[in-house]
Design a protein around this ligand. Structure first.
Ligand code: ADP
Length: 188
């Protein structure tokens, strides 16, 4: 486990479905009707109540699905969290199709929704870095910057967890962040 931004950002290894936080973030697909990876795990462990709420959202406000970069919130069924924030990361193409901006928007919009629901603690998976193929080092830099910017400007959420499924992915994040912090230190 590593801490950054005065302890408000915690990077760790684990299964996000086990996190007892106010909100966990789901790397969903635009259908909101479930998928593989972290999405599959959240629906499996959370039970059918989450899918039912997602279907309602599709019927009433998102007939075409949730666009990349946006986020919606549901309750969390049987999960220990209170809410699930569903966001749709960009599918990696070549980095020239706005992928960075969409990924940044996922973090920002998810944090905005969390704050709007007074969620003090939020856990993120590494959005887009699985099936969607976003390079993990680049995604780490974007996540770190986007979360940092949000925490700097806002007091809620108080704490944000970046949850990595594998120790390798966690290490990639820590290495990227260390390089960023060192570059900042050398500039000062
Ligand atoms: P995407 O389609 O956005 O790439 P994936 O679910 O395929 O979403 O992968 C996103 C990240 O979530 C990957 O780094 C994957 O290793 C990780 N992941 C998968 N299952 C879990 C889980 N239960 N808890 C935390 N992270 C997970």
């Amino acid at each position: 486990m590593s801490q950054f931004y005065d302890g408000r950002l915690i990077a760790t290894v684990g299964d996000i479905t086990e996190f007892e936080v106010d909100a966990i973030v789901n790397a969903a697909n635009s259908s909101l009707l479930g998928g593989g990876g972290v999405d599959g795990a959240i629906h499996r462990r959370g039970g059918p109540a989450i899918l039912e709420e997602c279907k309602q959202l599709r019927r009433h406000s998102l007939p075409k699905g949730l666009p990349s970069g946006r986020a919606v919130i549901t309750r969390a069924g049987k999960l220990p969290a209170r809410y699930v924030i569903h966001t749709v990361g960009p599918v990696w193409q070549d980095g020239r199709h706005g992928e960075d901006d969409y990924l940044e928007a996922c973090y920002r919009n998810s944090l905005d929704l969390a704050a709007g629901h007074a969620a003090a603690t939020v856990a993120f998976p590494a959005i887009s870095t699985g099936v969607y193929g976003f390079p993990k080092d680049r995604a780490a830099r974007i996540a770190f910057a986007a979360i940092g910017e949000y925490l700097y400007r806002n007091t809620v959420p108080r704490s944000v967890y970046c949850v990595f499924f594998s120790p390798d992915d966690y290490q990639t994040f820590v290495d990227e962040v260390s390089a960023i912090l060192q570059a900042i230190e050398e500039q000062e």
